[in-house]
Design a protein around this ligand. Structure first.
Ligand SMILES: [Zn+2]
Ligand SMILES: [Zn+2]
Length: 334
């Protein structure tokens, strides 16, 4: 394992909320066809994702958000170091529409600069979904430093970095049921996969580099839905799964790292990542909840947000969170 940053204390919650800024006193919340009470979609991809269809440009995303009463905060896939390019292949399927461009952001061309410029011109909040890179935190740290460097160079502010685990060893596990099964076999079984998956997320969380953990239950995406495995991948390892997950949520609480409620899960296992059990544990631990759609097309911005807002309220979530320049900002649900 390479060098890692020491743990930095979580930024204090700012008192001002998005609502305070946007609404005159006495004004009602905007209302529309989606869950506008959530105000921000905190996980949106652009045409630079590597697996988005045509038309997924930042201006269209901004309009899609405005139409739904939502501010769009990008979480584009960060570039990958050499040896990890597999992540950037297209993967059409139930989760993503047909792919027209199978190349994501790269450190070896000018794509990052183009991405920053387009996002700035569209007035979108910028953030990245950063892979754990098979536990190679030294590589992740170098990458994150480069992202901040290039953002400064282009006059952009990075609002948030999400920690995402898509790669086991050097291979992506989340493309298909087969890639997940291959990763489970690589680890030595479902319990071993769960231990390694969560341990790598905990290590990443403890570096202080990340503001939020994305779709933490994604390995369960083939338990149900259109691409379901005949036998759920974690059969026989449920106890280990839950214990590792619980331990990871505790680490996040200690480190002040937020947890994502990702409605993109609706397209795969038919429900958002977080399951009600995980959400209840997150609420018990006092974790900040950040809501995102994982949209790869303007039509997907804010998907499932009406139900998400209702379910979050029912679970006892009194406020959701977004980030500005790494600082958490509350969005009250009252
Ligand atoms: Zn992801
Ligand atoms: Zn994503």
């Amino acid at each position: 394992m390479g060098r890692t940053r020491t743990l930095t204390p979580a930024a204090p919650a700012v008192q001002e909320t998005l609502e305070d800024r946007r609404r005159p006193p006495g004004a009602r919340r905007p209302c529309g066809p989606t869950g506008v009470g959530l105000l921000v979609d905190n996980h949106v991809h652009t045409r630079h994702s590597g697996h988005s269809p045509e038309g997924n440009d930042p201006v269209s995303l901004r309009w899609a958000g405005l139409n739904r009463g939502l501010r769009v905060s990008l979480r584009e896939h960060a570039p990958l170091p050499e040896g990890f390019e597999l992540r950037q292949v297209g993967r059409p399927g139930p989760e993503f529409p047909p792919v027209s461009r199978a190349v994501g952001l790269s450190l070896r061309d000018r794509s990052l600069g183009v991405f920053f410029r387009e996002a700035l011109e569209a007035g979108l909040s910028v953030g990245f979904e950063v892979d754990v890179l098979g536990g190679r935190l030294d590589l992740t740290e170098e990458l994150v430093e480069e992202l901040y460097r290039q953002a400064r160079r282009h006059g952009a502010t990075i609002d948030a970095l999400n920690c995402s685990h898509h790669i086991m060893g050097e291979a992506p596990w989340d493309f298909t049921p087969q890639t997940l099964q291959a990763a489970i076999a690589f680890c030595g079984g479902p319990a071993a996969f769960a231990r390694r998956y969560f341990a790598e997320i905990r290590e990443a969380v403890q570096t202080g580099m990340f503001h939020c953990v994305s779709h933490i239950e994604a390995p369960r995406k083939f338990d149900a839905g259109p691409a379901a495995l005949p036998r759920p991948a974690f059969t026989g390892a449920e106890e280990v799964w839950w214990e590792e997950l619980r331990q990871t949520l505790e680490t996040m609480a200690v480190c002040g790292v937020a947890l994502e409620y990702n409605t993109g899960g609706l397209a795969t296992w038919g429900r958002p990542y977080l399951s009600p059990e995980t959400l209840a544990e997150a609420v018990r631990l006092g974790l900040r909840i950040v809501v995102g759609s994982d949209a790869h097309h303007p039509d997907q911005v804010g998907r499932g947000f009406v139900d998400a807002e209702r379910d979050l309220r029912r679970a006892g979530v009194g406020e959701v969170w977004t980030f500005r320049a790494g600082r958490p900002v509350a969005i009250p649900l009252v």
